[in-house]
Design a protein around this ligand. Structure first.
Ligand code: MG
Length: 261
C-alpha cells in the first residue's frame, strides 16, 4: 500500500493511493496511530466517499519522526569516492527531526557553508516501538519505505571532523513523497538527478549492510519509535547543489522526491 499525507483546505490529511492513482482519504491521519502502525487494518479506516486527484493536493512529509538515524558509507563505491575505509559495522549519525522537509519544498542554502551536497537514499519507516531486534525479525517492525535526501554541508563536515553541524540545518532532510509498505527493499533502482542530469545511479542491492541488518544493529543501541526513520546511506556520485537547482531522487517502487534549492 502507498501512504500519503497532504493538505486540503489548510487541513492535514492522509490517505492511501488507489489503483487509479487517486487518494482514498483515511478517516484519521495515520500518524495519530503512533503506537503501532503495523496492527491497523487501514482498509477499514477509509472515508469511502472521499477521494482526491494527486494533482489537486499539496503533498507534505509522509511521517513526523522522533529521530532520523543515518548510516554513512553503506555503498562500496561511495566509500571509494570519499577515499574512506569501508566499515566493519554500520557507521551511524543522527539528524534532528527539525531537518525534515516535504516533497517540492525548498532546501535552504545556509550562509555558514559554501558546499551543500545532495545524497539520495532509501529510508526505512519504523512501524512499531522496538529494541534489541534480531536481523531475522527486523521485517516485523518496518512500516514501509520512502525516499530521503541526506543534504550535507560538505565543507563543514571536513572542517568539524564530526558531522552534526554539516547534517543538521533546517530543511536538510527532504522525505517523501509517499511511503510504500509493500516492496522489496533489497532490489530497488535508485537515481538522483540535478536539473535533469543523472548524478547517482545504483541499486539498493549494492548496500554493504541491508535494511534488516541496519535495523537490528541500531535497535541494539537505542529504542526505535513508531515513525522513526533510518536513512540507509547513499551510492556514489554525491555532489554540490547551487541556487536555483532542482534535485530529484527516484526509487523504482516509491516514486520521485523533488526539491528546489
Ligand atoms: Mg548520507
Amino acid at each position: 500500500m502507498k501512504f500519503i499525507r497532504f493538505i486540503d483546505n489548510e487541513i492535514k490529511k492522509s490517505g492511501i493511493i488507489n489503483e487509479n492513482n487517486e487518494i482514498n482519504e483515511l478517516k484519521y491521519d495515520y500518524l495519530d496511530y503512533n503506537t503501532d502502525l503495523l496492527n491497523i487494518e487501514f482498509e477499514k479506516e477509509l472515508n469511502k466517499n472521499k477521494s482526491y486527484k494527486l494533482s489537486d493536493v499539496k503533498v507534505i512529509e509522509p511521517v513526523e519522526a522522533s529521530k532520523i538515524v543515518c548510516v554513512g558509507l553503506n555503498y562500496v563505491e561511495h566509500g571509494e569516492e570519499l577515499k574512506m575505509e569501508l566499515p566493519n559495522e554500520p557507521k551511524l549519525f543522527l539528524k534532528p527531526s527539525t531537518t525534515i522537509l516535504g516533497h517540492e519544498e525548498k532546501i535552504d542554502y545556509p550562509s555558514m557553508t559554501k558546499q551543500v551536497d545532495y545524497e539520495g537514499e532509501l529510508a526505512i519507516v519504523i512501524g512499531k516501538k522496538c529494541k534489541d531486534i534480531e536481523t531475522n525479525n527486523a521485517k516485523d517492525y518496518i512500516f514501509g519505505y520512502t525516499i530521503l535526501n541526506d543534504v550535507t554541508a560538505r565543507d563543514l563536515q571536513s572542517i568539524d571532523g564530526q558531522w552534526t553541524r554539516a547534517k543538521s540545518f533546517d530543511t536538510f532532510c527532504p522525505i517523501g513523497p509517499i511511503i510504500n509498505t509493500k516492496m522489496d527493499p533489497k532490489n530497488q533502482k535508485i537515481k538522483t538527478e540535478v536539473n535533469n542530469i543523472i548524478k547517482q545511479d545504483s541499486n539498493t542491492k549494492n548496500m554493504i549492510f541491508d535494511v534488516y541488518e541496519l535495523l537490528s544493529f541500531i535497535s541494539k543501541i537505542m529504542t526505535l519509535n513508531s515513525g522513526d526513520i533510518i536513512a540507509t546511506g547513499t551510492p556514489k556520485g554525491v555532489g554540490p547543489l547551487n541556487f536555483g537547482d532542482i534535485v530529484e531522487i527516484t526509487i523504482e517502487d516509491i516514486g520521485t522526491l523533488r526539491n528546489y534549492i
